[in-house]
Design a protein around this ligand. Sequence first.
Ligand code: PRX
Length: 635
Amino acid sequence: MSNYHIKRLEEYFQVYRKSVRYPEIFWEEIAEEHFVWRKKWDSVLEWDFTKPEIKWFDGAKLNITENCIDRHLQIRGDKTAILFEPNDPNEEAQHITYRELHDQVCRMANVLKDKGIQKGDRVVIYLPMVPELAISVLACARIGAIHSVVFAGFSSTALATRIVDCGAKMVLTSDGSYRGKKILDLKSIVDEGLQECPSIESVLVVKRTGTPVEMVENRDYWLAPLMESAYSDCVPEIMEAEDPLFILYTSGSTGKPKGMMHTTAGYMVYTAFTFKNVFQYREDDIYWCTADIGWITGHSYIVYGPLANGATTVMFEGVPSYPDYGRFWEIVQKHKINQFYTAPTAIRALAKENLDFVTKYDLSSLKVLGTVGEPINEEAWHWYNDHVGEKNCPIVDTWWQTETGGILISPVPFSTPTKPTYATLPMPGIQPTLMDETGTEIKGNPADGRLCIKFPWPSIARTIWGNHQRYKDTYFSAYEGKYFTGDGALRDEVGYYRITGRVDDVIIVSGHNLGTAPIEDAINEHPAVAESAIVGFPHDIKGNALYGYIILKETGESRDRSNLSKEINEQIANKIGPIAKLDKIQFVPGLPKTRSGKIMRRILRKIASNEMGNLGDTSTLLNPEVVDQIIEERL
Ligand code: PRX
């Protein structure tokens, strides 16, 4: 992406101005220069945010894996594409070259075809961070199947909900997964989930941990022998620009998870462009993003963005605390990592440990540090800057979402001066704005409002799988003609953005989006529970933790409260996953409600955050007396 390898602030402003004034010319030039097309587009952009309908590069034909793999073979065939660092530091790292990746992806693509997977079919991938995860994502893209990766920490119920929603024909999983000292029994979770999934025809199983598994005849197959006997070349399926590439589920504030659907050409162009510029990737750099491919960060900035640039991208199977809290830094030293991209929650957890875990390693290879997933607090920002970057590496605080497909607001290293806790300036082509509560755009600086985007960018999700109306209602109805992010933000005197957090009922815990409604539904299914309300409260490491207010049924009143709390958390772990467990559970006689029966979460949030002096007017509540009782028994 040489022409837009932005290096100075003036250059950024120049590029930015052009991208806003002539967006079609801007993106067309990038698309033309840097990618392989089987046919060029008929139009660069067609859009209507009222429908909403967005098409980028319509009429173009391509295959994204040709761009991520094949075209690198001649010049970078022997370069490492994926560098796999296993959970166990004593197990050897794997360097998978572009040529080997091509071989593996083609073999797996042929296996998928052999099992009846065709263009447009959905394949759910429920795998730990092993090379087969990236390979299966790419194998789907090779043959035009739509992948839906489900984070392998989700429960069997959560997995089944997603499989049913997208009508998947196949699941790819493994016998087990390593997480530090623990082994997770993935295959049995899949088996349990599949009891409710009639659309599944086959299950391919990667052998990783050697955990004994049950194989269902004519449904379950070990992957390795099939790969071995598969043909090592596979002609890529030629896709339309707007053909779906993947579905990735994200929590909504209400109802079931939303299957965000991303399409092919625009997603490729945008993730490749932002990868190059945000991380300032150079040919021989080793880049490491610590996210899991089960989240959008892994899709865009472990797999597609880096590989589209011919980069070396690291995949780490383990956790930051195993075998000790120095693991991240040991890996940085071992592989001479140049760009390191992680989450604020990981930084906060590591900053709590002895500094020796950091200082004993040589981190001088690092050039750029990144964060993503939630606001980074000032203390964590400085710790990262001082001890990891040794004040020598710009920190890119990248703001974006599953829905946006790629980074929308971020500094460009060596060009945008950074400012702690600020994501700073929009990427080229991104037109953010702040709205007030009356729906008016706030002009001028400084400003504080709700963050919207005024103009489409190539990697915006095109719909929610199977529910376009929900897509419209969630993102395009709050403010006419604008994409509403669900986030609040500040804009300082010079126009830098600082994301302050969600303004809806989504709570971000350790960087994971959790909707309150699905958790409340899971709790309410417990036989002793009458009603519940979940709110977030500040937590040192997780950013936010969950506080549950629970009303018991009469039958529950006589039960032991600590047993009940355990059961409720187990229920949440089973229905959603351990990440959604509550840190605090308070059993309450009632919940503060408006006269129309709506729970006043604002009050509950303040109580959970210990801000009782500032509850606002409670006199309009249906049951103001309950507030005092809740405060009295606060945990
Ligand atoms: O609230 C914002 C927060 O994470 C939300 C998106 O979550 P998800 O779809 O899971 O994607 C996370 C990875 C891209 C946003 O609405 N968020 C993400 N990045 C930042 C952030 N909040 C503040 N600063 C960030 N850099």
